[in-house]
Write a protein that binds this ligand. Sequence first.
Ligand SMILES: [Zn+2]
Ligand SMILES: [Zn+2]
Length: 345
Amino acid sequence: MKIAETCRRTAALLSIAATMSGCDRFVERQVQKNLERIDTAVLQDPGLTVVLCGTGSPLPDHERAGSCTAVIAGGEIFLVDVGPGSWETVDLSNLPTSAVGTVLLTHLHSDHIGDLGETMTQSWIAGRPEPLEVYGPAGTAQVVEGFAQAYAHDVDYRVTHHQDAFMPRSAAKAIVHEIATPADPTGSVVVLDRGGLVVTAFPVDHRPVEPALGYRFDWHGRSVVVSGDTKKSASVVRNAKDADLLIHEALVPELILRAADVAEKTGRTRLAKLARDLPGYHTSPVEAAEVARDAGAKKLVFTHLVPSPPNALARRMFTSGLSGIYPGPVVLGEDRMRFNLPPAS
Ligand SMILES: [Zn+2]
Ligand SMILES: [Zn+2]
C-alpha cells in the first residue's frame, strides 16, 4: 500500500495522472524487468560470445571499469582479469553471474585483480555451486589467499544467515592454478581442455612485470585472443595466428607524453614521471595493428585504453591511420560491448 501511495504522490508531483492500481502494476513491471534482464540464453549459445567487462586502465574513467574480458563458451563464463569495478560491469552486462566459474589473470597489477574478492563472493552468492577456479602466473596463490582472508568474515555472515545447505561454505573458496610460463618466449601452454574448449596461455612482454600472460580460447573452430598488458610482442603475433578476434591493449604515446609535458609545466612532477614510464611496457595502436596484421587476425578490438579517451578527438587517436597497416576492422572497445562468433562449421 505504501509503495503504491508513494508512487501516486510522485506521479502527482510530476503532473501525471496515476491510479493506485496503475501504480501497483508499474512497480511490479519494474521488478519483473529487473529480474528478467539476465540473459541466460547466452549459456545455450553454441558459439563463442565475448563481452567487454572492463576496457579501462589504471587511470580513472566514469565509463570504463578496470581490465576485464568475459568469454562465454559451453555454458560457462570465463573472466580474463577482474580489474576494479569490473564485477559490476559483468552484472550490468546482464550475464548470469552464477555461471562465472573461472578467472584467468594475465598478471598481478592492481588494475587487473582489484575485483577478485567481489568475483569470488558475488558469483557464490548468485549460486555458483563449485569453488571458483583461478588461473594465473606465479604469485596468484598469494593474491587469492589474501582476498579470501579479506572476505572471510563476509562468508561467515552469509553462511550463518542463509544456512550452509543454501549457501555452501565449500563453494565460497577459490582453487588456484599457477601457470608455469613456457621457456620459449613465444611458446604456449594448454591450461584448460574440456568439452571441446581449449584455453592456452602464452608469455607476453610487460617487463619489469614478470611473468605476464596472454590467453587464447579455441572453441568449435572459433578463436579469441586477449593480449593482456604487453609491449609489442612476437608472442602475441604467433599465438593470435588466424584468430577471429584479437583483443589487444592500446596506449597512445602522443597523448601520454603530451600529458606528461603539461603535468611537468604545472609542477606535477610525480605525475609527469609516472606518465613517461608508461609507454615503455605497453603497445601503441599502430603496433597493435601490425601485430593483428602479422597474426592474420580477422578483427582487432582495443581495450585497456591509455589514456582514457574523454572525447571524440582522443577516441580518434586510437583508431585513425591504421587502415594502411591492418586491412581488417578495428573496434575501439567500450564496456558491455558484445561479440558473437557462431560455430565455424
Ligand atoms: Zn600491467
Ligand atoms: Zn594494466
